[in-house]
Design a protein. Structure first.
Lengths: 131, 508
């Protein structure tokens, strides 16, 4: 058992600007996390080394690179081989959760999410990775 | 002298003919003794001339003909009754080596120097007989094939008249042979093909332009009973005794067409279903995405994460939030319905301890109890019984039944949850002491988009799909969802699960 470090830096990639905004409020203002949101995989990958997120949240269905594709790119980077990645999706079904986990996701959050508990939910996933 | 020359000439000519023809020529006396034979006779019977001369001709016949011959000859001489003479017939010959063979025999009578004599001309017909036999066998075989194949075979003349029809063709078209023989083949075709056929045949004979011959195609046939059917037709042309004829091979393909049609229909349905599934999945995603922003925004306001507003603003925000919740429930239920209807609902069966499952159901649905000021109570339940179910889906059913019970209960009443063994299975019951289900609504309880009117109107948040979905989920478990209700007293909903009992390993 490893001691669980404090979760501070979260990167959230989401193509919907409205959802980006509410998620930012939920994670930053409600949850007190240092969060950067961006609209797509390329933007996210371009700033990942400067920001060094401890956890990454990916929307699943996006134009261009989708969540699973971005996950593959992230895993290609030596510094992010084991960084917890959480999928967030509006198309969630019991069997899909298992499928996303097999792809290497730490867990799945379904939309609509509860903004008042989103940061806590993310922290719980983070803690579970260190159990 | 000149006359003698002429006679000599004739004699030598006759001799040359007799010695070279392939037929055997034998002359016998009226006692049946051989006088002369030509070389062909030697060859046919295998005897040398000197072995035959002066012998009774019956030596060239097998028994019983050998014995009969003498009496036959004397009978003829005394009565004049002919059996072969001047007629010719097929008889059996016997060679020197004892073998017998069919021969054609013609006998003529003559008088030489006042002496009655007979000339027999014999031809070995074994080869012809063998050929005939082979031909007959071939014919029998061909006929057997024609009689037994499932394809209809019809031959017609170059004028379109039916000449032969095999049994399969009779069966296919429903006519007997005698009803078809000599008729125009166009009687087996419906209009307009019937009228075109004669013209078509004439045209072909004239121009050689083929439309079906040697190609084969699908056409329409007409049965005796007037029904038409699809048939596959192949036509070949032949010449019989210098006469041009056509053979048509017809196969009734109604069944095959039907199967093809069914297959096409099934594939079309699969395709439509896939489009529908994709559409519903997309719609569900597209609806949830804006709803995520709406709900989250409202929740952030209600959760006081953002600036505070007036009381009235708060009420309106609450209404908006409550209805966005309701919209989400509706989207989820519609997605479930579409899964049920396309038979795409996957169940993940697991072994679950029933007692703790029901305890979880009560704690998970506590919010409903609080909202409606009622109390969920776990009554009887076997402590160590396991059930084999999809716990997520069964929990969905429990939530539906418990929220319905809470919604329709009087304040401060209790809602009882219990499980009992029943017959081969287990029955889970959710019991409320509410107003009961009105009689006129009872038969529509499980229909889609149905909701009984709640008298106090304090709650209208259901989707009207819950019980329909619950029933389908229980049926997918091979179980049954039913209810007992007494107006004014209350309602019990029963989940009956069969053969899903599993005992825990023996307790210490």
């Amino acid at each position: 058992m490893t001691t669980c470090p404090e979760l501070e830096r979260v990167l959230y990639i989401e193509d919907e600007p409205d959802i980006r905004l509410v998620a930012e409020i939920a994670l930053r203002q409600v949850g007190g996390l240092n969060v950067i949101t961006c609209a797509g995989g390329e933007e996210g990958l371009s700033l990942i080394h400067d920001f060094m997120p401890q956890l990454i949240i990916l929307d699943v269905m996006m134009p261009g690179m989708d969540g699973p594709q971005i996950l593959c790119k992230i895993r290609d980077l030596p510094e992010f081989k084991t960084t917890p990645v959480v999928f967030i999706t509006a198309k969630v079904q019991a069997d899909e959760v298992e499928q996303f986990k097999r792809l290497g996701a730490a867990n799945v959050i379904s939309k609509p999410f509860n903004p008042m508990t989103l940061a806590d939910d993310v922290r719980a996933i983070w803690a579970a990775c260190y159990e | 002298m000149k006359g003698q020359d002429a006679v000599n000439d004739l004699l030598s000519r006759t001799k040359a003919i007799v010695e070279t023809i392939v037929d055997g020529v034998i002359t016998i006396s009226d006692h049946g003794l051989i006088e002369t034979v030509n070389p062909a006779v030697e060859k046919i019977f295998g005897y040398r001339l000197d072995e035959l001369s002066g012998q009774n001709v019956s030596m060239l016949m097998p028994n019983p003909y050998q014995r009969e011959h003498d009496s036959y000859l004397s009978n003829y001489l005394s009565t004049g009754e002919k059996k072969i003479i001047g007629i010719g017939r097929e008889v059996t010959g016997r060679r020197k080596d004892g073998s017998t063979f069919p021969l054609e025999l013609a006998i003529s009578e003559m008088e030489v120097n006042g002496q009655r004599m007979f000339t027999g001309i014999v031809r070995d017909i074994s080869l012809r007989k063998a050929t005939e036999e082979k031909l007959r066998e071939l014919l029998t075989r061909t006929k057997a094939i024609l009689d037994t194949i499932v394809d209809g075979v019809i031959t017609i003349s170059d004028r379109g008249c039916i000449e032969t029809v095999n049994p399969a063709a009779e069966k296919i078209f429903g006519y007997r042979l005698d009803e078809l023989s000599g008729k125009n083949v166009s009687m087996l075709m419906p209009d307009p093909y019937r009228h075109e056929h004669d013209q078509y045949l004439k045209n072909y004979l004239h121009t050689g332009e083929k439309k079906i011959i040697g190609i084969g195609r699908e056409v329409t046939g007409l049965r005796k009973d007037g029904n038409t059917f699809p048939l596959e037709l192949a036509i070949s042309e032949m010449e019989v005794n210098g006469q041009r004829m056509f053979t048509g091979i017809v196969r009734d393909i109604s069944e095959r067409k039907e199967t093809e049609e069914k297959l096409r229909e099934a594939m079309r349905r699969v395709h439509e279903q896939r489009i529908k599934d994709e559409f519903i999945a997309t719609v569900s995603h597209e609806l949830r995405t804006p709803l995520t922003s709406i709900k989250a925004s409202l929740e952030l306001i209600i959760g006081k994460a953002v600036a505070k507003g007036s009381d009235q603003e708060k009420i309106l925000i609450t209404i908006a939030h409550k209805n966005s919740d309701r919209l989400l429930l509706l989207i989820n239920d519609i997605l479930d319905i579409s899964k049920i209807e396309s038979e795409k609902m996957k169940l993940n069966f697991r072994r679950v301890l029933l007692h703790s499952f029901l305890e979880t159901a009560i704690s998970d649905n506590q919010a409903y109890a609080e909202k409606h000021h009622v109390k969920f109570v776990l009554m009887d339940c076997p402590r160590k019984l396991h059930i084999y179910v999809d716990p997520d889906r069964l929990m969905q059913v429990m939530s539906n039944l418990m929220s319905n019970a809470a919604k329709f209960s009087h304040q401060n009443s209790q809602i009882e949850i219990e499980a009992r063994r029943r017959n081969d299975g287990i029955r889970i019951t959710v019991r409320d002491y509410g107003p009961g289900i009105p009689l006129d609504f009872q038969n529509r309880v499980f229909e889609k988009f149905t909701q009984a009117d709640t008298s106090d109107k304090r709650e209208m948040s259901g989707t009207g799909l819950g019980l329909h979905i619950s029933k389908a989920i229980i049926e997918r478990h091979h179980g049954e969802l039913s209810f007992d209700t007494v107006v004014g007293k209350g309602t019990e909903f029963h989940v009956d699960l069969k053969q899903q009992l599993q005992r825990q390993g023996s307790p210490q």
